[in-house]
Design a protein around this ligand. Structure first.
Ligand code: SF4
Length: 319
């Protein structure tokens, strides 16, 4: 059992998710999010502004811009990139801190979005290429080398980055280890991975039902494996809404998890699993000696690397 008070702090980010579009040219076997291209109207800036204005003063600081993917060769790709950029600009103008996760981007797209995001993210999920024959059969952007390239580019561009593993999609324990080691190696080169999400796949009501799902009882052991492989500076995160049993959540913390991610009204990726209230989480954590504290979407060790403009937005947001 850890004893000093700093090591008993568990962080979370008060967040709201804006979805520019649910349309996605991939069809992952476990997806509860996507709609077919052309079947999901894009989020208009006026509607985004209306939503964001209702969040002012509520304590929400992070705006997660989470988008389905428009094909890189689609004639709509430039407009989609513009919409992402404009939504980030809008969020900044209203006092929020954007964090974009929109699938694999070109180097230029990533560099442009860096100017309006305090951090960005992309799940590696798993590096096992055989998943391309199963759950990723119809998901060209889930090629492991493409995802790892994104992490490299983020490093090159000095973007504080969030990535993670998706568990229970057909991978083996060896695959999990290989994925963690691949992330660790890239972090070793660039030092930009701020957190790694250890995300159990949980079945939802919208998916096509191909993925086997994850036995939550194994989660603390995966967290422990991640803690052993990744440097201390890389925070480990588990999503509390996907872990119903308090004992398993607490076991993940004892195994080295120190962050619960963005907590807000809706989990767009897992709409069947609403986020717990902060009060409920506190009731679980406090008796076990853990203290829940807010954090910004960029971890403090990266504050100095922000552009002067983003740094001033961070200060204005109270960090
Ligand atoms: S999981 Fe992501 S990439 Fe896969 S189909 Fe769903 S939205 Fe697209």
């Amino acid at each position: 059992m850890l004893t000093d008070s700093a090591s008993r702090l568990i962080t979370y980010s008060p967040a709201y998710t804006l979805v520019p579009t649910y349309e996605c040219f991939n069809r992952c076997g476990y997806c509860n999010f996507r709609k077919d291209p052309g079947k999901s109207p894009w989020l208009e800036l006026s509607e985004a502004e209306r939503i964001l204005k209702t969040l002012i003063g509520t304590g929400i600081r992070e705006i997660l811009i989470l988008s389905g993917e428009v094909h890189p060769n689609s004639e709509k790709r430039t407009d989609w990139g513009d919409r992402l950029y404009e939504l980030c600009e809008l969020a900044l103008s209203l006092g929020f801190l954007p964090h974009t996760n929109a699938g694999p981007l070109s180097f230029q797209e990533m560099a442009r979005l860096k100017t309006v995001n305090v951090s960005m993210g992309l799940m590696v999920e798993q590096v096992n290429p055989t998943l391309w024959e199963t759950v990723h059969r119809h998901a060209p952007s889930k090629v492991p080398s493409v995802r790892l390239q994104q992490l490299e580019w983020a490093g090159e561009l000095r973007i504080p980055f969030t990535t993670g593993l998706l568990l229970g999609i057909g991978e083996t324990p060896g695959d999990r280890q290989a994925t963690l080691e691949a992330i660790g190696q890239i972090h070793h080169r660039w030092g930009h991975i701020q957190e790694v999400i250890i995300q159990p796949y949980r079945p939802g009501t919208h998916q096509s039902g191909e993925a086997p799902g994850f036995d939550l009882g194994e989660l603390p052991a995966v967290v422990a494996m991640a803690r052993e492989i990744l440097p201390e500076a890389v925070a480990l995160q588990v999503p509390p809404n996907l872990i119903e049993e308090p004992e398993i959540l607490l076991a993940c913390l004892e195994a080295g998890c120190r962050d619960l991610g963005g907590i807000g009204p809706t989990d767009e990726v897992n709409p069947d699993y609403p986020h717990p209230q902060i009060e409920r989480l506190t009731r679980i954590l406090e008796p076990a000696g853990w203290e829940l504290v807010e954090r910004s979407p960029i971890y403090p060790q990266y504050y100095d690397g922000l552009s002067p403009r983003l740094r001033s937005h961070l200060l204005n947001a109270g960090y």
